[in-house]
Design a protein around this ligand. Structure first.
Ligand code: MN
Length: 228
């Protein structure tokens, strides 16, 4: 009867660092990455309660369901391999592997609105080349986010030719998946599921997107842009 008490498992928070490589190469069992900032650090852009539920419940839920969906598999498949071969797996793997990758990536892109961050010259040059100006890029990204019907993500990706593109995906899909209509490596992403903003903004998605720009860690985005 005492066995029951030992069934409480402590789930350690893991840290992948902030490289696409470490994010992509993790294997099951997957675990919740710790945040590099305090739960209320993103206020007023994203409130503490939203962060608590989004990270601790939603993200944790994707991880739990992904581990469960993969339980029968004994071989260790990397998160990247799961995404790149999404079409060969059940929908539960697609949704939850996507959910885990997307949220792990998203947290690393964010910083307190009081902290400074700097876009590298290389990234700035690439953005200006593709979108004419940084302001224009933000406008286009925002209009994609507003135009996305239902739940999904907006991405800035580097395609296989190194060219920047804005793209959107439904649900928890992402541009690393073989099922994605536009493929590439994400360097910036925005969660536009209502769970990401509803407590503070309700139906006002445009205000959430507007505030998002105050908490983007451009130093990190620049690192993702540079990463091979
Ligand atoms: Mn989310």
């Amino acid at each position: 009867m005492f066995k029951f008490f030992f069934m409480i498992i402590l789930l350690p928070l893991s840290s992948y660092g902030s490289s696409l490589k470490s994010l992509n190469h993790q294997t099951q069992p997957f675990s919740l990455p710790s945040l590099s900032f305090k739960i209320d650090a993103l206020e007023p852009a994203i409130d503490a309660k939203t962060m608590e539920v989004h990270h601790g419940k939603h993200h944790q839920g994707y991880i739990h369901n992904l581990n469960k969906a993969l339980e029968a598999k004994t071989d260790k498949i990397s998160l990247y391999e799961l995404l790149a071969n999404t079409s060969k797996h059940p929908l539960s793997v697609r949704n939850n592997a996507g959910g885990h990758w997307n949220h792990s990536f998203f947290w690393t892109l964010l910083k307190s609105p009081h902290d400074k961050s700097k876009m590298s010259n290389a990234l700035k040059k690439a953005i200006v080349k593709q979108f004419k100006s940084v302001e224009n890029f933000k406008e286009e990204f925002t209009s994609h986010a507003l135009g996305l019907f239902g739940s999904g993500w907006v991405w800035l990706i580097k395609d296989k030719n190194g060219r920047l593109q804005i793209t959107t995906t439904q649900n928890q899909d992402n541009p690393l998946m073989d099922v994605a209509s536009t493929k590439g490596t994400p360097i910036l992403g925005l969660d536009v599921w209502e769970h990401a903003y509803y407590l503070s903004y309700q139906n006002r998605r445009s205000e959430y997107i507007n505030k998002f720009w105050d908490i983007v860690d451009w130093t990190q985005v620049s690192n993702y842009f540079k990463e091979k």
